[in-house]
Design a binder for this molecule. Structure first.
Ligand SMILES: [Zn+2]
Length: 200
């Protein structure tokens, strides 16, 4: 097909978050017409990352190697785990410098409307960590959306079933409903961590 490579490249950029058709066109024009060295560097960086970056075996964060730097850091408080929807949310909480525990990155959220139940999301690894008895508090940082709420309720119930003495808290509703953590400023997130409440 004519210009097939060009169209495939534009489609690839369009599939990325936050990039619409016009931005995709602009990026493609720029890198092919004027910036071919950067395009080659981008290809190389992407190829390297695809080979070396995977999910941390403990928390699920993207990292190079088997265990991420946070899980390896002995100064982190192992009695607290913050459960997040995505790597972006994890980095947003890290940026507040207000949380010194560890994390758990979910594989997704429970979404009854799309038929995504708990069994698809493999929460078992989180339950296993909590069953070891070291963690004293699980902070649920799932978004305030129907999916985030459903996931928080499910996790609170089953985490307490695994470990009756554990505290399960959730970020306070200072985070605007429906807004992703990654788009929330550090102060607001820090306040939401500080004012977190027991999830019943
Ligand atoms: Zn980790």
């Amino acid at each position: 097909m004519k210009d097939d490579a060009l169209e495939r490249l534009k489609a690839a950029f369009r599939s990325l978050p936050g990039i619409g058709p016009r931005s995709a066109q602009r990026i493609v024009s720029r890198i092919l017409a004027r910036d071919r060295d950067s395009a080659k560097a981008l290809c190389q960086a992407l190829d390297d990352a695809l080979k070396s970056v995977k999910r941390c075996e403990i928390c699920g964060r993207l990292c190079e190697g088997d265990i991420c730097s946070i899980c390896q850091d002995e100064k982190r408080d192992v009695t607290q785990i913050c459960v997040v929807e995505s790597d972006e949310d994890l980095e947003a909480i890290e940026a507040t410098r207000n949380f010194n525990g560890r994390y758990f990155v979910l594989a997704g959220l429970i979404d009854p409307a799309f038929g995504t139940g708990a069994e698809e999301l493999d929460f078992e690894r989180l339950f296993e960590i909590v069953s070891q008895g070291i963690v004293k508090e699980v902070i649920l940082a799932t978004p305030f959306t129907p999916q985030g709420d459903a996931t928080a309720h499910y996790l609170a119930r089953f985490l307490k079933a695994r470990n009756a003495t554990i505290h399960v808290t959730r970020l306070s509703r200072g985070i605007p409903a429906g807004i992703e953590l990654e788009y929330t400023d550090a102060n607001t997130i820090a306040n939401a961590i500080y004012a977190r409440k027991e999830e019943l």
